[in-house]
Design a protein around this ligand. Structure first.
Ligand code: CMP
Length: 140
């Protein structure tokens, strides 16, 4: 399988609980490399752009409010089949449905406060990475 890059966000519920290192440990144990990482306060505009695909959903306002409620850690993860692998490592969106040992099973609080985001496809990974990182900030 090809080496890929995927985009990750460690969300405000995780920064609030000071568990970004615990999340990163699960990422690294799965064989993914963190090749870029920064802690930021997302603006409302950044969150609305990032989640534009969900703008018609009833939970959109709640989602944007949550994503700007505290700092997040944005990351680029690299590895073989990184996009699918990270989705496996995260577990299901709803933590009550997530498999044992996944980030969301271990750490997430609810479907909204679900600790991490990961890209769902190669095309979205490229768009999401470019929203938050310039090329020289990614060091593989
Ligand atoms: P994420 O992978 O970041 O992509 C979209 C997010 O919308 C998702 O994780 C959830 O955090 C959030 N989401 C999905 N469904 C709901 C819901 N029913 N209520 C609140 N938030 C949701």
């Amino acid at each position: 399988m090809a080496i890929e890059r995927t985009f990750s966000i460690i969300k405000p519920d995780a920064t609030a609980r000071n568990i970004t290192g615990a999340v990163n440990a699960l990422i690294e144990q799965a064989g993914l490399r963190i090749v870029a990482q920064k802690r930021i306060q997302m603006t409302r505009g950044q969150a609305e752009t990032f989640y534009a695909v969900h703008s018609a959903r009833p939970f959109f306002g709640e989602l944007v409010d949550f994503m700007v409620s505290g700092p997040v850690v944005v990351q680029v993860l690299e590895g073989e089949g990184a996009i699918a692998k990270y989705r496996d490592v995260m577990g299901a969106t709803d933590p009550s449905k997530a498999a044992e040992g996944t980030i969301r099973k271990v750490h997430a609080k609810s479907i909204g406060e679900n600790t991490v985001h990961g890209s769902d496809a190669a095309e979205t990974a490229a768009i999401e990475i470019a929203q938050f990182f310039s090329g020289n900030e990614i060091v593989g």
